[in-house]
Design a protein around this ligand. Structure first.
Ligand code: SF4
Length: 367
């Protein structure tokens, strides 16, 4: 939460906290519902649009709070029209990137959880930047709201873009339904802020994102995975694996030295057993490095007995790493080996590579 001298960011509050804050100021907590509606259902752009509030409530909001919207410094659009990337400015003038990806029948927001990242995955542009700071819950929420606003404005301008399957009370305007925490940063390294942001975004009286529509990606932060299992957090879990032996993995993902592969697999088994959920495993396919048949068999053996799905992602280029993406043929060969182990496996559609908005490409550069 912001220091007392600065306005409180309304996006940092859960609905219950908003009610408590009103009550502390001698106001009726019941107004939290209407404010919440303005924040997440109407998705107002300023406090001035909250017209239907008692004067005392409005006055307190104006004196003590602000909407923590993140201004877009830059927008990049991919040539195929499916991806947009936003450079968003934080309150301390640092920047982060957030991506809107359109697939057949759905739109997904890819949000950042940190400015930079401490995990240092060698092929990742964010890892190459290093770590600057954690994002607050409100800064994560504001990214999702930014994408939600873009969608509403886009579908209002072009009704043909609206999803006809959306029978929600939001009407014809397209709203955000899918969220992945796969942008800049390691979400489980910023656990509390990420979980609070998800609580806010899942609130059924607000944006109401469904648990099945949220995926959190981790490089393998074992204590975070165990905590997710313990707290039964309602999100899909995706673990970035990339290699099936400790030595090979540590060379690509330095965080594997802190959380070795055997500990990671043990945490994954605990997660699956406790929650009776499947885990997604992400595998960045690097030509000639980890895309061979032998590696595919090693993955098959490693994941045997786990309710797992593997997503293969041909490497996206970054300036700080020399490797190249595997050819489609190699990806299909890898996939068919995994099929022999009864492991479902998809080859990820590449999106936004021309604007550096693909997996592992986010940094704070204009694309
Ligand atoms: S891949 Fe994810 S965890 Fe690894 S450095 Fe990049 S942002 Fe961090």
């Amino acid at each position: 939460m912001a220091p007392a001298t600065e306005p409180l960011n309304l996006y940092e509050f859960t609905r219950a906290e908003l009610g408590e804050w009103l009550a502390r100021g001698g106001l009726n907590a019941v107004h939290a519902g209407r404010i919440w509606n303005y924040l997440y259902y109407t998705a107002v752009s300023s406090l001035d649009e909250m017209t239907d509030l008692p004067p005392r409530v409005r006055a307190r909001l104006e004196q003590e709070t602000a909407l923590g919207r993140l201004p877009a410094e830059h927008e990049s659009r991919s040539t195929d029209g499916f991806t947009r990337k936003y450079l968003l400015r934080l309150r301390d003038d640092r920047c982060i990137e957030t991506v809107l990806m359109r697939f057949k029948g759905r739109v997904t927001a890819c949000v950042s959880s940190q400015a930079g990242c401490a995990m240092g995955c060698v092929f990742c542009a964010t890892g190459q930047m290093g770590f600057t700071r954690h994002l607050t819950a409100g800064e994560i929420v504001a990214q999702a709201l930014h994408i939600d606003r873009v969608l509403r404005e886009t579908s209002a301008d072009s009704p043909a873009l609206a999803d006809p399957a959306d029978n929600s009370p939001h009407g014809r305007h397209e709203r955000l339904r899918n969220l992945v925490l796969m942008g800049m940063g390691e979400p489980l390294h910023n656990y509390d802020a990420v979980m609070k942001a998800l609580e806010i975004l899942r609130d059924p009286n607000g944006l109401g994102l469904g648990a099945r529509k949220i995926t959190l990606s981790t490089v393998g932060v074992v204590p975070g995975i165990l905590r997710l299992a313990e707290e039964a957090r309602p999100v899909h879990l995706a673990v970035s694996l990339h290699a099936a032996t400790q030595e090979e993995r540590a060379a690509l993902v330095p965080a594997a030295r802190a959380w070795p592969l055997d500990e990671l697999m043990s945490a994954c088994r605990t997660y699956c057993q406790k929650l009776r959920r499947r885990i997604f495993f992400e595998w960045t396919l690097i030509e000639g490095k980890n895309d061979g048949v032998e590696q595919a068999h090693a993955v098959g053996r490693l994941l045997s007995g786990l309710p797992a799905q593997v997503n293969l992602i041909p490497l996206n280029p970054t300036s700080g790493y020399q490797g190249g993406p595997s050819a489609l043929e190699a990806a299909r060969r890898f996939q068919s080996v995994l099929a022999g182990y009864s492991l479902p496996c998809t080859i990820r559609q590449r999106r936004g590579i021309d604007i550096s908005a693909g997996c592992g490409q986010l940094a704070v550069l204009k694309g």
